[in-house]
Design a protein around this ligand. Sequence first.
Ligand SMILES: Nc1ncnc2c1ncn2[C@@H]1O[C@H](COP(=O)(O)OP(=O)(O)OP(=O)(O)O)[C@@H](O)[C@H]1O
Length: 503
Amino acid sequence: MKYISSSIPQTSDIVYIESRNFTKQFCLNQQQVESIHSRSRFCSISIIKSKSHQLDECLQERQDRIRIFNHLLTKRLRAAPNFTLDSFQLLRTLGEGGYGSVFLAYHPNTNEYLALKAVTKSSLVETNEQHIILSERQYAFALQHPNIVQFLTSFKDNEYVYLAFEWLQGGDLYSLMSCQQLTELQAKFYSGQIIMALDYLHGCNIAFRDLKPENIVLTEHGYIKLIDLGLAKLIRGFSQTFCGTPHYIAPEIIMHRPYKFSPDYWTLGIIVHEMVTGSAPYDRTYHFHEAQSIESLEDSRSESTIENDSSDLVRTSSKHYNMYLRIINGCSFLHLSGMTKHCVSLIRGLLQHNIEQRLGCGQRAMLDLLEHAWFAEINFWSLYRQKYLAPFLPARKHFLQMPSCFLLSINLLSFLLLTSLISCSSLFLPLNALSYYDNDRYLPLVNDHQPSIQFLTSSRNLRSAYYPRANRNTWFRVSTYQQFKPSGSEETPNGDNLMRWGR
Ligand SMILES: Nc1ncnc2c1ncn2[C@@H]1O[C@H](COP(=O)(O)OP(=O)(O)OP(=O)(O)O)[C@@H](O)[C@H]1O
């Protein structure tokens, strides 16, 4: 497969800019404390209807989404007839997976970028796994949730089946965690979204079964979405399929016990541990030391997903059995020092071998998680509606490293623009405009083809334009408040500060 070269940077060019104001949003007041109990109804269908208007809305929305899923699931999904690979320019590889490659593609007719997953038909036929792509396509089409990647279309040719998804620009959680140890509050922000996505999936009777940091990708606004529904399964009764990614597989799968949604919670426990401590609750490199080449140690990303039906189970489990046992036993001797007691309790609760005792798997299902004291500060409805400022904003390193002649020309341009903006703005400058300034949203991700002037939505009512100064170290920001009325300008901290958060 050919793809054209582009100036679009690789995922490794993404830097994460920490928001200074993230923590301030979560100061717990009395009203919030009181609402902790009631708001968790968001995730329970059986619970008595809330009197609160907001909670009614939450419940309603959840039910509507599940209803839409059930409706779309029964619809026969046809391949888009107008699309071929020639309709797109393939710009670069976004990632490689066990079942194919994912490309960043540009669609000139609509001027849109998307993530194009190309799966080789022959590899699926060889392994008798055609159902994987079919179910991924059908589920991706039917699932619609702010924390799950949006499916756009699918088509095929003689060699490949293509699935087109929205392009998530912020890199995956693995990349973020590799360059940044998260605070508990930041981890709650991400875990809360994972929980809401799981709640929705489980409400649709779908077990995700392949949760891992590589399948959790940041949006340009710093929120997250789950990708890769390749192993997702509609559970009617129980499943006994051996599947998942080594290091994240739950004990019940390894022990070949029937399961429903419980493996997703086990994996959540491992991910929360990784977020707050920076490492897995066991030695991730163990099996590489013992069984495989040393080079493997250089990249500790998860191995690709595996799926085996029962006939392969014995072979697979005997090959990996010892490793899995070590992992699971490792989870029994957690080193949880340095965490708050609530965080320890959440991780212990999720990493329970016994499914009945595992958080999220009891009678109260997801409620046990949402009401957990660790999430006391989080208003799940605000998180769902993406009202919080995200803890990290993905940005592009290359923009800070533009040649100075380019920056100089931008600077001249920006000077002219600024002069005109500011001169006409003084008459109607809103008094509260400055309060919107301190939102930390420097360097958002922008149109990759034209990185000249950065003009982006920054918050609900505000748009900000960022102009690099010729000395490369400072930025000038012009903000427009509502309907693009110019509202003022200010100088951001210098470039060193911005770079500090990079890798
Ligand atoms: N919508 C997207 N936006 C941005 N990057 C994406 C997107 N979808 C996938 N990727 C990148 O491509 C990689 C592989 O994608 P995906 O996990 O869907 O493939 P897979 O073949 O199912 O992989 P695996 O074998 O690990 O399950 C991801 O880890 C991610 O980095």
